[in-house]
Design a protein. Structure first.
Length: 199
């Protein structure tokens, strides 16, 4: 009997501890955040990774799950069920990302043949067209969200940022950071794809 009572008391202490932590994370208490992350970080990461998305989308889903908790910490009515709340929020965020990264083939088109300078000679046009094709091949290898964003930003017909953000499935404020990550990955891919110079 004593053992059961001890386990029950420990469980009650943990629950009341979470009840104390939630208002504090809502106020931006870093110590409370560290404790919540220590207890539930693996749960959130495992839930998101089970969707097998690309790394950038996985990171976005994890970060957004924690953002949702920061925004709603004062609304969590049952602290003992915080793990379930976080897992459900993470799954919903993954599904939202997957819905938004569905292929949109005709939304943002770039005419490869039009990129080359029409006044250039046939050899130069061939080289420029081949370089452009290789560039977009690498763009197509990025995550669907990054791919959609870059195609939108460099499309022949410029569109409003709000429309681009909606198509990529990101908030307008995330366009800059997402573009920076995408361009860095693109540079890395292009560097690896450079033809070796002959001696």
């Amino acid at each position: 009997m004593a053992t059961g009572t001890t386990i029950s008391a420990a469980s009650a202490d943990a629950t009341s501890n979470i009840a104390d932590l939630l208002p504090r994370i809502g106020d931006g208490d870093s110590t409370a955040w560290e404790e919540i992350l220590r207890r539930y970080g693996t749960l959130v990461s495992t839930t998101v990774r089970s969707f097998r998305m690309q790394d950038a989308d996985t990171l976005d889903a994890v970060q957004t799950t924690w953002l949702r908790l920061a925004e709603n910490a004062h609304r969590v009515r049952h602290p003992a069920r915080l793990g379930g709340w976080l897992a459900t929020t993470a799954r919903r965020e993954c599904l939202r990302i997957l819905r938004h990264i569905a292929p949109t083939p005709h939304l943002f088109e770039t005419d490869l043949e039009a990129v080359a300078d029409p006044s250039a000679g046939p050899e130069q046009i061939t080289i420029e067209t081949d370089s452009t094709r290789r560039l977009w091949k690498h763009v197509d290898e990025l995550s669907p969200r990054q791919r959609t964003l870059l195609r939108a930003l460099f499309a022949d017909n410029a569109r409003p940022y709000a429309e681009i953000a909606s198509a990529a499935g990101i908030p307008p404020g995330a366009i800059g950071p997402t573009r920076t990550r995408a361009l860095q990955q693109l540079r890395d891919r292009l560097d690896k794809d450079k033809p070796e110079k002959e001696d």
